[in-house]
Design a protein around this ligand. Structure first.
Ligand code: SF4
Length: 350
């Protein structure tokens, strides 16, 4: 089966757009995932929607929701050994510095493409190798597997976050959200059971990432509203099953357990992060950081509000004037999945 081209078919997209335009009510749908945000901007999907349907970007970019405190602590990890990270984290500013700046000053910070690359580095050195465990349920199982199969000098600084508790917090907040486009990659791993607390409260559709996927998902949300339903539906059926990937989830929970976590924009949320279990305690790099940090967000940066869909990047006075992908002030401009980066890249600013 061709999993891409049929979902990019322009006639199908036009037909879906025509159906969506029959809906007359003012609604606000949030795309939770940063990959959706990028796809919506890359394919110009907002231009295929009527004005009464507004899309809000959510907290689904893992780099963007990492707090300044965690970035400051990650930078402190450079004093304890080799730091291995996905490239997006490199340029995210903490309170006083970034991993990129520390690397320029001589810290051993290496970009890797998977946690197993970091394990390979550990196998070739006697130094500690600290992998920065950033990401949602999509990446946590592979990091857990790396922990299980790594030499003694491999450690992880755990910053993984879980999506469902963040959605619960968003619904309790001041933003009006009429439907969620749920994250397709995360739900491929978790399935949809963890989202069932949303049933009866708000329409939800797990969406794929091609333009026809996203438009079809919006149409499904619209139909739920028309029919007075608040269900969890799956549009991305070619990847997502209700039960998810059991093996991946078992591996994740063998190594990690839920714990409270600090989110940029959303604050502290109970059971929204993952800590390394006691049995794997020797792998937990957070135990190496003894310093206390007076961490602060960058002055004037509105990432916290962008991540809750309260403002758009263009509402930030720094957007494109002071803050650009080359000179980013906040993580939403750094990350390849960041909302500010999407507006900049596809909004005629690049
Ligand atoms: S444009 Fe820059 S400063 Fe403004 S919210 Fe986005 S990342 Fe922060």
């Amino acid at each position: 089966m061709d999993y891409i081209n049929p979902f990019r078919d322009s006639e199908m997209c036009s037909a879906l757009s025509k159906e969506i335009k029959k809906f007359g009510r003012e609604v606000r749908f949030m795309e939770v995932c940063g990959t959706h945000t990028m796809a919506i901007h890359r394919y110009g999907l907002k231009s295929l929607l009527p004005e009464n349907i507004r899309l809000l970007s959510g907290p689904g970019c893992p780099v963007c929701v990492t707090s300044s405190m965690d970035i400051d602590r990650m930078i402190a990890c450079t004093h304890a050994g080799i730091v291995a990270t996905f490239g997006d984290m490199l340029r995210v500013p903490g309170t006083f510095s970034s991993l990129e700046k520390e690397k320029a000053k001589g810290a051993d910070v290496r970009v890797v493409y998977s946690p197993m690359d970091a394990v390979e580095i550990a196998r070739k050195t006697a130094k500690n190798v600290i992998f920065l465990g950033v990401g949602f349920e999509t990446t946590a199982p592979s990091v857990a597997q790396a922990i299980k199969s790594s030499p003694e000098n491999f450690m992880v600084y755990p910053m993984h976050k879980l999506v469902p508790p963040a959605l619960k917090k968003l619904l309790e907040g001041k933003n009006r959200i009429d439907g969620f486009l749920l994250p397709g990659h995360v739900c491929t791993v978790t399935g949809t059971k963890g989202y069932e607390f949303l049933k009866g409260k708000i329409p939800c559709v797990v969406s794929g990432f091609e333009p026809a996927d996203i438009l079809a998902s919006i149409l499904m949300l619209v139909k739920q509203i028309e029919e007075g339903k608040a269900d969890i539906e799956i549009e991305y059926g070619r990847s997502v099953k209700r039960e998810g990937n059991q093996k991946a989830m078992e591996t994740m929970y063998e190594v990690y357990e839920p714990s409270g976590a600090l989110w940029r924009g959303l604050g502290y949320i109970e059971s929204s992060g993952l800590s390394i279990r006691k049995e794997f305690g020797s792998k937990d790099a957070s135990a190496l950081i003894k310093e206390e940090f007076e961490s602060e967000e960058r002055e004037g940066c509105r990432c916290g509000e962008v991540l809750q869909g309260l403002v758009e990047p263009v509402d930030c006075p720094l957007f494109s004037r002071v803050c650009t992908p080359l000179e980013p002030i906040g993580p939403c401009m750094v990350s390849s999945e960041g909302t500010c980066a999407a507006y900049y890249k596809y909004g005629g600013y690049a």
